[in-house]
Every structure is written in structure tokens, then in C-alpha cells.
Write a protein that binds this ligand. Sequence first.
Ligand SMILES: Cc1cc2nc3c(=O)[nH]c(=O)nc-3n(C[C@H](O)[C@H](O)[C@H](O)COP(=O)(O)O)c2cc1C
Length: 188
Amino acid sequence: MAIKVKAIIGSTSSSSYNLKIVEHLRKRFADQLDITPVFINDLEAFSIDIENNPPENVKDFKNNVKDSDAVLFAVPEYNFSIPGTMKNAIDWLSRGGDFTIQGKPGFVVGASMGVLGSVRAQLHLREILSNPALAPVLLPGNEVYIGSVHEKMNETGELTDEATIGFLDNVVNNFIEFYNKNQKIIEA
Ligand SMILES: Cc1cc2nc3c(=O)[nH]c(=O)nc-3n(C[C@H](O)[C@H](O)[C@H](O)COP(=O)(O)O)c2cc1C
């Protein structure tokens, strides 16, 4: 059975390159991963005041992410960090006492138009996710920084750069192996 993956799309753009990367993975690995993009831009700003009584769409967002075998973070870089909307979504995931992504296997991809491909954003993201209230179990040793992403797609937004396609194949195969090993440990 395909691994149910919820892909948190960190972008605020309707023509997001990061979303296109997730779409590439969704189609290419359809027989092994059931990837659903999760959009976060309409979530109200987190406040302690409404933590235990959040808006319906926040409840839906948290339940949607929770209803998964694994999480994928697709992260653009905004001013050397993650977009504020993504931090907001993660703050929601961390609170309310339900530990939405704690212990969930996951991996991170990131693309930017700059040459460094979201490396600074991902450094922040990994640090944020290390908070015990979040703490997904991220695939180690596989970091995906897709720089100059606009030069790696065709005019219809499909990833065409062979080196990037091959690299992503490798990372996803490593993730599937990691996931399966992780499951065996949980079942033992
Ligand atoms: C507010 C803002 C800040 C940005 N800061 C950075 C940055 O620090 N480093 C970088 O490589 N690109 C930066 N960019 C460019 C993004 O990498 C580019 O817009 C990319 O397409 C975002 O990903 P997306 O297409 O998935 O939204 C920034 C873009 C915006 C809108």
C-alpha cells in the first residue's frame, strides 16, 4: 500500500515552484507514495488566546496532517528563513496538546530561484522542527536544495532537469527505505 504523505506547501504563491516540485514527486512516485499537498495560507495567525478553540480551518488542517503516515515539508526561502505563513502553520501543529507530527517520518525539500536553493530556510526549519512538541523523524543525510529552480522547469512547470530528477529519485527511494525500516522498529 502506498505511504500516505501530507505535503505542507510553504509557499504563498499560486504559481509556486515548491508546489511544482511536490507535484513532480506526486506523479512520479504515485505507486509508492500517496502525496496530498496541504495549503496553509488561509490559516489565522496563531494566538495563545484561541489555542484550545481554533477556527474550523485550523482544526481541519491539523486533522488533515495528522491523518498521514508521513509528512513532507516543501519550503521556499523568504529573507533567509521560512515564510511567516509556514512558521504560523507549524506553531499551530505544535500546540493544543495533540502533538500532530511527533514521531512521524518525514523529509524536506526546498527550491528557490537563488543558487543556494533554500539552504538557509531549511536550517531554520530543521531547528524549529526539533522542538519536542513537533519532532517529526526526518530522513537523515538527504538534503534537497534546488537552486535556480526556474531554470530547471519547462514552460508548463514540469521539472525537466535530469540531474535534479535523478537526485530526487534517490532521496525519495532513501525515504521509502527509511520509512519501511522505521515501521519495522515500531512493529517489533
Ligand atoms: C519575501 C520574499 C523573500 C525572498 N527571500 C529569498 C531569500 O532569502 N533567498 C532566496 O534564495 N530567495 C528568496 N526569495 C525568492 C524565492 O526563492 C522565490 O520567490 C521562490 O520562487 C519561492 O518559492 P515558491 O515559488 O515555491 O513560492 C524571496 C521571495 C520573497 C517573495
